[in-house]
Structure formats: structure tokens, C-alpha cells
Design a protein around this ligand. Structure first.
Ligand code: NAD
Length: 309
């Protein structure tokens, strides 16, 4: 499998490391408008690969280098500075995606390629990339709330003393400030969350749930405050998505994809079955009335931002 990564900043480099670590890529090509940066990353990663999998990693200085890619990952663009929201990046990153997508599409096999979008504001960038690429929606996939879902599961695992692997709980909607924690359908080991809490004597009060939601939504802000940017979590999320596609695993991931048509079209995260052909199906979990309203509000915010570009 050949995988191209466009944008080799903090996120692109972490994605490259994590994807190389899956052992699934035979060849990886890295492109950045800063060629020196891409070449340095390819060198460094190439040395690291000598200790693990035999993957050929090269920096390319034009888009011809992405020819033959099965998956193209877009991690280029401005990131949040302390205090900035993802939406604040909208106009800068519209220009970046508009620059990249036509060049990628001129060099890949449109009948086969899958695009993975990482650039923020994520959901709007998925809609824009899909429009520019003219690919089926199922093959223009945003990492969406995969990371937010991982954050939720990590917090719940600590709170409830159970492995993240056994927690079936999702964050839906925008990868941003209006994301929705879906408490109603959450379960652990096949047991509804409320029942699990009763049986294991780990109460999750309304106030605790609110605090958890706050921590999930604010995780990126906290990390940016301390580290300048976030990269390890998203690197692992992209590698997991690549694994799911490459092995046709058909796991359920909260990825973002454009749904609907015309003025009602919007990209946001829902639990979706992901496999070799991209998104294979979308699931609609049973939400509470408040969660359903929050999800509609979140979709409205994404659509409004898309209409503003
Ligand atoms: P960064 O500034 O470290 O790197 C961005 C890179 O993009 C730079 O190397 C730059 O040269 C390159 N670039 C910019 N415009 C380009 C173009 N037109 N063509 C090719 N390369 C171009 O930023 P970062 O921290 O790596 O973040 C990258 C993006 O990922 C941001 O939009 C950030 O918000 C987003 N992000 C998303 C998630 C998520 O969960 N989806 C998580 C973290 C970061």
C-alpha cells in the first residue's frame, strides 16, 4: 500500500510515525510546501523505520510524487494558537485545502483513492475537500471525533476503573466546541452505562458528566496551552483509521463524512462502519431528546461555517 501525507508539521510528522508503525505501508511519500521540512522528516523517519518495518519513506517536491497512492492524508494548514478555536482557522485553511485537493486529484486514481482529512475546522474541510475532489462521500473521510471519543473513553476508564477497550461510548457531531457526548446509548460490556455504574458502585452524577464533557471539549485547549500543539493523539487516530481501511476491518469509528444533499448536506461525526472501500454504513444511535437537539445544533453550526466560505 502506498500512503501520501500532505503537510509535515507537528501533526503530519506524528501521523507519519504512527502510520509507519502499523507496518501496513510499503511506501510512504511526504509532501510539504516547506520542502526542507519534508526532507528532514523523511530522513529521520527512514532511520526510525530501520528499527521496525521495512517501509520506503521519501519526501517529494511536487504532486507527481503522490501518483499511485491508495490513501492520501491531508494534515497541512494553520493550527490553533493558544486561545484560538478551530473555527478561527476557517479562512486560512480553506485556502490550503483549495490549493492541495486539485493537485492531489490530478495525480491519483479517482476510482480507487481514499482521502483522509485532518485539517481543522475538520468537518467544514471534509465538505470542501469532497466538493473539490468530486469523489464519493464514502472516500473523503475526516478523523472527526475519533480523538474526542478516545478522550471520553480515557476519562471514563479512569473514573469507572475499567479498560477503555470495554467502553462503548461516543462523541458525535462537530469536531469542535459543539461536539455532543452521547450518554444515552453508552454501554460497557453490553451493560447500559447507568446499570454499570449501579452494579459497580461508581456513581456518575449529572455534575460529574458535565465535568467530563467539559474535559473532553477542552482537552485540545489544555494540550495546546502546555505543549503548543497536539499531535500524538491525532497521529494514533489516523493510524487506527488507516489500519481499519487497509485491513477492511469494518470497525465502527466516529469519522466525519458528508451526508445528505443540496442545502441540507453536512459533514459531521456519527458511528460509521469503516472498511476497505471507506465508509460502508452510518449508524443512528438512540439519543435522548437533549442529545438529539444538541446534535442538530452542532450540524447547524458546521453548515453555517461551510456557507460562510
Ligand atoms: P503545523 O503548523 O505544525 O504544520 C502545518 C504544516 O502544513 C506546515 O509544515 C506547513 O508548511 C504545511 N502547509 C501549509 N500549507 C500548505 C500547503 N498549501 N501545501 C502543503 N503544505 C502546507 O500545524 P500542525 O500542528 O501540524 O496542524 C496541522 C493541522 O491539523 C491544523 O489545521 C490543526 O488544527 C489540525 N489538527 C487536527 C486535529 C484533528 O483531530 N483533526 C488534531 C490536531 C491538529
Amino acid at each position: 500500500m502506498k500512503i501520501a501525507i500532505i503537510g509535515i508539521g507537528s501533526v503530519g510528522a506524528a501521523v507519519a510515525t504512527a502510520v509507519a508503525g502499523t507496518g501496513l505501508a510499503r511506501e510512504m511519500v511526504l509532501f510539504d510546501r516547506d520542502g526542507l521540512r519534508a526532507r528532514a522528516a523523511a530522513e529521520d523517519l527512514g532511520h526510525a523505520a530501520a528499527f521496525s518495518y521495512d517501509v520506503k519513506i521519501t519526501a517529494v517536491n511536487n504532486y507527481r510524487g503522490v501518483r499511485g497512492s491508495d490513501i492520501v492524508i491531508i494534515a497541512a494548514g494553520a493550527n490553533q494558537k493558544p486561545g484560538e478555536t478551530r473555527t478561527d482557522l476557517l479562512h486560512k485553511n480553506v485556502a490550503v485545502i483549495s490549493d492541495i485537493i486539485p493537485r492531489v486529484m490530478a495525480n491519483v486514481d479517482a476510482a480507487h483513492v481514499k482521502l483522509i482529512v485532518v485539517t481543522n475546522p475538520l468537518d467544514v474541510m471534509v465538505m470542501l475537500a469532497r466538493r473539490l475532489a468530486k469523489l464519493p462521500a464514502a472516500r473523503v473521510i475526516g478523523t472527526g471525533t475519533m480523538l474526542d471519543t478516545a478522550r471520553l473513553r480515557t476519562i471514563l476508564a479512569r473514573q469507572l476503573s475499567v479498560s477503555t477497550q470495554s467502553i462503548n461510548a461516543y462523541v458525535l457531531g462537530e469536531h469542535g466546541d459543539s461536539s455532543v457526548v452521547a450518554w444515552a446509548p453508552a454501554c460497557i460490556g453490553g451493560v447500559a452505562l447507568d446499570d454499570f455504574c449501579r452494579q459497580t458502585k461508581h456513581p456518575l452524577t449529572a455534575a460529574t458528566r458535565q465535568t467530563i464533557e467539559y474535559r473532553v471539549r477542552n482537552a485540545a485547549y489544555e494540550i495546546i496551552r502546555g505543549r503548543g500543539a497536539t499531535w500524538d493523539g491525532i497521529g494514533a487516530a489516523v493510524a487506527d483509521l488507516v489500519r481499519c481501511i487497509a485491513n477492511d476491518e469494518r470497525r465502527i469509528l466516529t469519522v466525519s463524512m458528508s451526508d445528505g444533499a443540496g442545502r441540507g448536506a453536512v459533514a459531521m461525526s456519527l458511528p460509521r462502519i469503516v472498511g476497505g472501500a471507506g465508509v460502508l454504513a452510518t449508524l443512528r444511535p438512540k439519543l435522548s431528546a437533549a442529545e438529539g437537539a444538541a446534535l442538530r445544533r452542532s450540524a447547524g453550526i458546521i453548515r453555517k461555517n461551510y456557507d460562510a466560505i
